[in-house]
Design a binder for this molecule. Structure first.
Ligand SMILES: [Zn+2]
Ligand SMILES: [Zn+2]
Length: 375
């Protein structure tokens, strides 16, 4: 079971994101494996700090912890049922106890996030044994509207559990698959009787893993995973919407003892653009236009989001605040087409006029098409 993340980082419950980040950086430096070679307690602390930060850096996870944290510990995994049905999805109810760093907290968070719509279909299938699944990872990136227009590759660097290369994730010294536990037949659970009821409990011989390792891999100590610096290239498609969540299946943390790896999620935020406002797949821009062009008609040139010059026809008598539609110059719609660009017209009134201009305008002011004026 994970420790209270606020206590681990030594911050108050209402600590700001900046304070949490600061505390995390301090502790992560202190307990970093590179600085404490061979020190198991430092390594344990390092994991705790990372786990704690994992929760507190993410507003959704933090809220979930604040809301369900204590209840989760008090009620065991049963509390998970409150967030959308049987968390294990396979009919039988397993009491997951102990076993690695994936304690009840993770399971509850997973369920809580499912309740928030986290990942959608990504979690739909239900996992028969969450202890053998790697954790999902979530990151966020803020991109420019132009990046959203063209699409881009975003590179994420982070440290996470990966499959141990020495034993190919099996956790065994010889690198071969671990033997099936003979006590539980590989299910990880044994049935015992408590009075009238048959109860499933984790297999005491294999701690619920269903496998037994005679000789452990020296690199991963039998867990099948090691922590490693990773680089992931996430392809952000052209036309992506603000708030979109991209999923890279199986790119999260590796699972212990050869289970299913978690998924990697990237949340996309789009920085507001100074010139273009996005409305769905359309773009809206404001353009001040010479008053004579508005009155007489003509052509203006604008710079588009995709760095092109575009000539736009202005018809005579165009009013201020009209929205001129230029088809196909909006955002990519993800289906091979584009939205439209709307140009909201403004006006430029000259501050200084030459004598000749003044005369011409005064003359114009004197010419009325009828008694009501120009209109
Ligand atoms: Zn067993
Ligand atoms: Zn190994």
């Amino acid at each position: 079971m994970n420790k209270n993340p606020y206590e681990v980082l030594g911050v108050a419950k209402d600590a700001s994101d900046a304070d949490i980040k600061k505390a995390y950086h301090k502790l992560v430096m202190k307990y970093h494996p590179d600085k404490n070679p061979g020190d198991k307690s430092a390594e344990e602390k390092f994991k705790e700090v990372n786990n704690a930060f994992d929760i507190l850096k993410d507003p959704q996870k933090r809220a979930a912890y604040d809301r369900y944290g204590d209840a989760a510990f008090a009620g065991g995994n049963g509390a998970g049922a409150g967030f959308g049905g049987n968390p294990f999805g396979n009919g039988s109810f397993h009491f997951n106890m102990g076993g690695g760093d994936m304690g009840g907290m993770e399971d509850i968070l997973r369920e809580a996030m499912r309740g928030f719509g986290f990942g959608g279909a990504g979690f739909g299938g239900g996992r028969e044994n969450t202890q053998q699944s790697g954790r999902d990872l979530l990151d966020e990136v803020v991109i420019d509207l132009k990046d959203a227009y063209f699409g881009k590759t975003h590179t994420v660097k982070f440290t996470s559990a990966v499959k141990c290369d020495k034993c190919d994730g099996h956790g065994t010294a010889d690198g071969k698959p671990a033997k099936t536990c003979s006590t539980c037949g590989g299910s990880g659970y044994v049935h015992t009787r408590q009075g009238f009821f048959a109860v499933e409990t984790p297999c005491p011989d294999c701690n619920g893993l269903g496998k037994k390792i005679d000789k452990k891999c020296s690199q991963c100590d039998g867990t099948g995973t090691i922590n490693k610096q990773r680089t992931l290239d996430v392809k952000i498609p052209a036309g992506i919407q603000d708030g979109a969540r991209l999923r890279m299946a199986g790119m999260g943390e590796a699972a212990r003892n050869g289970g299913r790896a978690g998924d990697f999620y990237l949340d996309i935020r789009i920085r507001p653009d100074k010139t273009f406002q996005r409305i769905g797949n359309d773009l809206l821009m404001h353009k001040d236009i010479d008053f004579t062009t508005l009155a007489l008609g003509g052509e203006i040139e604008i710079d588009t989001l995709d760095d092109k010059k575009l000539s736009v026809k202005i018809s005579a008598g165009t009013q201020v605040g009209e929205k001129l539609r230029v088809r196909g110059h909006g955002m990519p719609n993800g289906r091979g087409g584009f939205g439209d660009l709307y140009i909201e017209t403004g006006i430029v009134i000259p501050k200084k006029l030459t004598e000749k201009q003044k005369k011409a305008l005064s003359e114009f002011a004197g010419i009325k098409s009828d008694k009501k004026g120009w209109f």
